[in-house]
Design a protein around this ligand. Structure first.
Ligand code: SF4
Length: 76
């Protein structure tokens, strides 16, 4: 899965939301999040983010961010 990290906080861009083929972006408290079970790992959103806030969970230390994204995707 891909996840959104804290570079997104207070970001006003939604370019990622528009390109996602499965609509798996959700509004968190002050940033967007990706539902880790809905993301199909296509990678299309990553280069669209001007804040460099979208990362694959294969990067180091991403487990916390996966859980954070899951929590806020399911909150509302
Ligand atoms: Fe959506 Fe693809 Fe980005 Fe996953 S990697 S959030 S499916 S655009």
């Amino acid at each position: 899965t891909y996840v959104v990290i804290d570079n997104c906080i207070a970001c006003k861009y939604t370019d990622c939301v528009e390109v996602c083929p499965v609509d798996c972006f959700y509004e968190g408290e002050n940033m967007l999040v990706i539902h880790p079970d809905e993301c199909i790992d296509c990678g299309v959103c990553e280069p669209e983010c001007p804040a460099d806030a979208i990362r694959p969970d294969t990067e180091p230390d991403m487990d916390q961010w996966v859980e954070f994204n899951r929590k806020y995707s399911e909150m509302w």
